[in-house]
Design a protein around this ligand. Sequence first.
Ligand SMILES: [Zn+2]
Length: 366
Amino acid sequence: MNEVDIILTCGFSSKFKDIAYINDNFTCPVCKSHEISLDECLNMKRNKLVLLQKSVQTKMDGFSERTKNSQLYKNNIEYHMDKCYEKLKHEIDVRRKEVKLIINQKIDDYYFKLYYDVYLIKSIKLKEFEQTFDKIKSLEKEIKNFKIEDNAKINDQIEMNRDLRNKIVGGIDLVENLEEIIKEPYYGLQKNNGNIMVIDVADLFGELYLRKKINTILYKNNLEIDDFKRSEATIQFVIYDFDKLKNQNQTSKTCILRNLEWSILAKEITENNEKNYLEFYLCCNSKGELKELSVNVDIELRFLHRYHQNKDFIENFKQLFSIDLTTWRYRNFLTTKKLMNSLGGYFDEKYKYITLQACLKVDILD
Ligand SMILES: [Zn+2]
């Protein structure tokens, strides 16, 4: 676009880049003697046509590039599909191990509870044994010392023998009880055929869910072909797997402002081996165009609160972009821990994402 020849109102011509980025009214770069209105100039039919042709060409080039890529994917589709779903399969594998550990732990906990119950029963029975044993010992002594007088009256002798016999029978009972205490356990294990679904595996394991793709670009003024005139846009960027962002860059969609392509990128970095910060980049991908330009960008970063718009976390910056600085990095952002804090309201606990918006306003400096 920059190299397109534009016919000026006076009939001379100029390169697009020499007039389009400056103010609405400019002094003719050829005659240097009269003012030209940029709008009027760009609205001349011939200029409109060549700019539109150029825009069509640029978009066509982009389209062709992308169709080439889709052919590459098509040629190796099994590989790309496998690669795409590898991570999800890995997550399921990891979860399987975790769930097995959870269930195993539950089984073990119950097992140790039963073991403890057996220990308690044993202690009670041990006490019972000791008491019975003491009773037997004292009864044995009593029986040994039991005297029946030979010269007592016959009726008394009958009575005394009856007493002795009862004591001995009582003693035999006690000895039998004593043997019973140690012969067999008093409790058994009743195996239940309980409902196996008491453990709801799906509930415990988790389920597959559909990830909403809501990465979008919102342009303030959606002008038909005037990619070079449009100066404001909001990039909405949903960062999935936010809890596992480490070492994975995630990139937003791109937008075109003042004919330059912009995108944002997020990743997590660890500082001093302890705190993890979210690192944010604003990238101008049109390096060729930046060679001759200085661009001022107003950036408003906004973490969307999930419930209250007035609780969005907002920071504002200004940054000058040029060929010496095509990517701007902002490090001292929030710690990911703080962002994920459930009280914060930015992180979706269930689906593990946060939503970041970058409102950009691009000004090309004269
Ligand atoms: Zn002129």
